[in-house]
Design a protein around this ligand. Structure first.
Ligand SMILES: CC[C@H](C(=O)O)C(=O)SCCNC(=O)CCNC(=O)[C@H](O)C(C)(C)COP(=O)(O)OP(=O)(O)OC[C@H]1O[C@@H](n2cnc3c(N)ncnc32)[C@H](O)[C@@H]1OP(=O)(O)O
Length: 253
């Protein structure tokens, strides 16, 4: 069974992580799927934007697949995986078309990093989201911390990262991280959110994204995300992280 699906909804491409049994955790197959859909969105002239979401109602994405990655022990092992996904999130955040994270359920860890790499975030009422990496004795490791510090005021972003705890979508809306909240999420609410943007020619939308990306090139966002990956890789190799992961993976056993 595939770990993701890609389908077209009018002039949007929709990427869905289809791993509800693991709360839509990201494995290497999901990473490769993200690369594929980013390329499709960029290349297809009749596509005006990309939506990223998760299967089911329980979770948008629970971050990296801890069972798939638990055998990454050394800093070098971790770096290879973290760097792969960080590069994907940089491609996503600099994509020349608007991107929307449709938060259908809980988003934690790398799931919040994936959402942060999108231009806009719309969430189901009551959804909880948290950069919980700190509870695993690591930092964000896919560049999501650098991205969050680009998208929110420094103090607001720093507090979310340092507290490492899930907050309801309503709080995150007040902090400017969530852009719209709906009782239920569906492609109908995405089209409603996207309606006014959709009226504008795609060349204009791409031009605005290029203005934003130009700023990030000047401030070396890509280099800052790479340095974040190296920091996380070092923390990943420490016993405190491995113990935290083992505790999670054995909690239901
Ligand atoms: C890779 C690095 C990356 C980074 O930022 O650098 C990260 O993402 S680090 C953070 C990794 N993510 C987590 O630590 C989150 C772990 N998951 C949870 O906290 C919970 O599952 C939650 C809150 C998402 C949902 O809780 P709920 O009670 O609804 O479900 P369960 O915990 O019972 O989980 C159901 C089932 O899914 C498995 N699962 C959930 N998340 C992951 C995951 N990230 N990796 C692997 N497997 C995951 C969980 O083990 C259960 O499996 P089962 O076989 O049924 O016991």
């Amino acid at each position: 069974m595939s770990s993701y699906s890609i389908h077209k909804e009018e002039n949007l491409l929709v990427f869905m992580i289809t791993r509800e049994h693991k709360r839509n955790a990201i494995n290497y197959e999901v990473m490769d799927g993200l690369l594929k859909v980013i390329k499709m969105t960029k290349q297809e002239a009749n596509i005006k934007g990309l939506v990223i979401t998760g299967e089911g109602e329980s979770a948008f994405c629970s971050g990296g697949d801890l069972s798939a990655f638990q055998n990454l022990i050394t800093a070098e092992d971790a770096y290879n995986m973290l760097s792969k996904m960080s590069k994907i999130l940089y491609k996503l955040t600099t994509l020349n078309k608007p991107t929307i994270a449709l938060i259908n359920g809980t988003a934690v860890g790398g799931g919040c990093e994936l959402a942060t790499a999108c231009d806009f975030r719309i969430a189901k009422k009551g959804t909880k989201m948290g950069f919980i990496q700190g509870t695993l004795a690591i930092t964000t490791g896919w560049g999501g911390g650098s991205l969050l510090l680009e998208k929110l005021e420094n103090e607001v972003a720093l507090k979310l990262l340092m507290e490492a705890r899930p907050l309801p979508a309503e709080d995150l809306y007040n902090k400017g991280f969530i852009h719209a909240i709906y009782d239920q999420v569906s492609m109908e609410v995405v089209q409603q959110f996207f309606a006014n943007i959709n009226r504008i020619h795609t060349n204009v939308l791409s031009a605005y994204k290029e203005i934003l990306v130009r700023k990030w090139k000047v401030t070396q966002l890509e280099k800052r995300m790479e340095e974040e990956v190296r920091t996380c890789s070092t923390l990943w190799s420490m016993e405190s992280h491995h113990q935290a992961v083992n505790k999670f993976l054995t909690k239901n056993k």
